[in-house]
Design a protein around this ligand. Structure first.
Ligand code: AQP
Length: 331
């Protein structure tokens, strides 16, 4: 079973990225044959960015992934821009991708309306590059958060259309793997919106590298509800804030939401739920932060990990590209 996933080099990764994606990456290391993880710097240029910061942010992200438990001996970790097969396959796949489908993607609609100056063609083509990332490895499984469901559906359609046009079995039609709890971590201040790098509130976003005090403070101020008397129970429709806090505590403790609710039976108010969430999340994130500081200090070591990963990735993608090129009529 080949596993593939990509993550943006946005530097400071948040709790949604950690629970929706990074924790799944770590689990995938022992199931994947291989598990392939890519820091998608080519995706990062689809919105305004600073070239001088890009390399730094790739290294920040690499150090975060390693600190969270990725082990270069048990997975393939690399930088997307180092493996040209991604860009090449992306262009080849445009021949079987409908513009109408790209136009309908929620992420494109949200992000394009947020651009002040230029809506780049890259933003529209983002899902094609994402399809190429996965299809270049004939990956079977793609661990992602709920927000990526639409892009996964599109890449499956692109793979099916490609195979129908150029030859059955050329590309693998992958499956998304979306966690059962924590697939959509919500903003603490606006719990009906997902926690997000660009769209969320600073107070409502917990970062993997936040200090314990910052985590506590953000949780203390988390929006709950005014139900009287208060009740600690899961109900995403009417109690999104409380539900989010229950789910976060459950994921961090490694138990079920029901167990979290049961453990808070004698609670005096939502303050006790916030305290439980702060304790559990701090215990989960502090070790990651400590390892990060050590790893981030050694840039040559991080570059060496990425270079070795890129070599392994190229060896996997090159034969797939050779088959694709031949089937499409290239030399
Ligand atoms: N709130 C979330 N809950 C669960 N999973 C989430 N993911 C993102 N937000 C949540 C998952 O994280 C992975 C990496 O996402 P990315 O590479 O898109 O990184 P990003 O751009 O920094 O993350 P955002 O917050 O999603 O950015 P915006 O909102 O600015 O576009 C993916 O698997 C994603 O599903």
């Amino acid at each position: 079973m080949r596993i593939f996933s990509g993550i943006q080099p946005t530097g400071a990764k948040h709790l949604g990225n950690y629970i929706g994606a990074i924790r799944q990456y770590v689990d995938g290391q022992d199931r994947g044959d291989p598990a392939i993880y890519c820091i998608v710097d080519l995706h990062a240029i689809t919105v305004p960015y600073e070239p001088a910061q890009l390399r730094e942010r790739v290294l920040d992200t690499a150090a975060t992934l390693l600190a969270a438990g990725l082990d270069p001996a048990r997975c393939v970790l690399f930088r997307q821009g180092d493996v040209r097969e991604h860009s090449e396959l992306s262009w080849l796949l445009t021949s079987v991708t409908a513009v109408g489908e790209l136009n309908r993607m929620h992420q494109f609609r949200d992000k394009s309306s947020a651009q002040r100056e230029l809506v780049s063609a890259g933003l529209l083509f983002y899902p094609v590059l994402m399809a190429a990332d996965v299809l270049a490895y004939r990956a079977h499984e793609v661990p992602v958060g709920e927000d990526q469901r639409e892009h996964i559906e599109l890449m499956r359609e692109v793979a099916r259309r490609f195979n129908a046009r150029f030859g059955e079995g050329l590309l693998e039609v992958p499956e998304g793997r979306i966690p059962t709890v924590g697939a959509r971590v919500m903003d603490l201040q606006e719990p009906t919106r997902k926690m997000s790098t660009t769209g969320g509130s600073a107070e409502g976003t917990i970062y993997v590298l936040d200090e314990p005090k910052a985590i506590e403070k953000k949780l203390k101020r988390a929006v709950t509800d005014s139900e009287d008397p208060f009740t600690i129970r899961r109900d995403p429709a009417t109690k999104p804030g409380v539900t989010n806090l229950i789910d976060l505590t459950a994921v961090a403790r490694g138990t079920s939401a029901e167990e979290v609710v049961a453990s808070l039976e004698g609670a005096r108010g939502y303050g006790d739920l916030k305290l439980a969430a702060a304790e559990a999340l701090t215990a989960m994130l502090v070790p990651v932060r400590e390892r990060y500081v050590e790893l981030r200090a050694d840039e040559p070591a991080l570059e060496a990990v990425l270079a070795e990963g890129a070599e392994k990735a190229r060896a996997l993608a090159a034969p797939v590209l050779a088959d694709v090129r031949a089937a499409m009529g290239f030399s």
